[in-house]
Write a new protein. Structure first.
Length: 255
């Protein structure tokens, strides 16, 4: 029996995308998975779309999808953490509610994890438009990333990561309740000396509508600066040094 993968999808007003995202999991060539959909008090038709999709599935598919309805809005980090707490698989993955996986994502990444004996891995991905059609811009990833490299390189994209839970523990995989919670988790793990292994194969489509590609740049800088100074406790000069490399690489990924 192959090891089970737990896939956590946080949902908040994702009615336009969630069906396509769930179907990208249903189409996986690796069959032993559970999908944990955590709704953070959506005010649109997200839950209705999910319910209609579940009704259309055969029992063997439907029983592997679990929906958690939060009673209050708790934000992205805690929404993911609620899903992590419910996870029962050996492997844990995160998938954003508007992103898509290639059909062999799980199969290839698990084989890679086994080959590298890795506790933490990530893959390449492609930017997609509003309809999740690939733009041809693929973000390539290095063979591995350690803590000091991660401070300057946000190549690790949330919807590409996979963790070997027994090697790390679920408690260690909870995201800090801070902006850019995903990067904060990578920093927290890598700070211990852990190595993240990169599989340079495009297995994920990162949906990025045209009007969002250039938005919130100032906010992104504020968030990474806050991580450096408050979460990581880095000096002003070392934070500025890392920020320069972070900004350069962020621009390169989008050119």
């Amino acid at each position: 029996m192959k090891d089970m993968v737990s896939i956590v999808v946080p949902m908040h007003n994702a009615e336009l995308y969630i069906e396509q995202t769930v179907k990208s999991v249903l189409g996986q060539t690796y069959a032993n998975w559970e999908l944990i959909l955590v709704d953070d008090c959506s005010t649109d038709e997200t839950l209705k779309v999910v319910e209609q999709l579940l009704e259309s599935l055969v029992p063997q598919q439907k029983e592997r999808i679990h929906v958690i309805r939060l009673k209050e809005n708790i934000g992205a980090a805690n929404t993911r953490n609620a899903g992590t707490e419910a996870a029962k698989g050996r492997y844990l993955c995160f998938l954003d509610a508007d992103d898509l996986w290639k059909e062999d994502k799980l199969e290839k990444q698990i084989a890679f994890m086994e080959d590298k004996q890795a506790a933490f891995s990530f893959t390449s991905y492609e930017f997609g438009d509003a309809d999740a059609v690939g733009t041809g811009k693929i973000v390539r990833v290095p063979q591995q990333i350690v803590y000091k490299q991660a401070l300057q390189n946000t190549t690790i994209f949330t919807s590409t990561v996979m963790f070997d839970v027994p090697k790390l523990g679920l408690e260690q995989l909870k995201m800090p309740d801070i902006k850019s919670e995903d990067s904060a988790l990578w920093f927290k793990l890598l700070r211990t000396g852990l190595v993240a292994y990169g599989l340079d194969v495009n297995l994920v489509t990162y949906r990025r509508p045209a009007n969002s590609l250039s938005s919130n740049k100032v906010e992104a800088i504020r968030r990474i600066w806050n991580l450096y100074r408050k979460a990581e406790g880095l000096s002003f000069l070392y934070s500025a040094y890392n920020l320069l490399f972070w900004a350069w690489r962020a621009v390169r990924r989008r050119i």
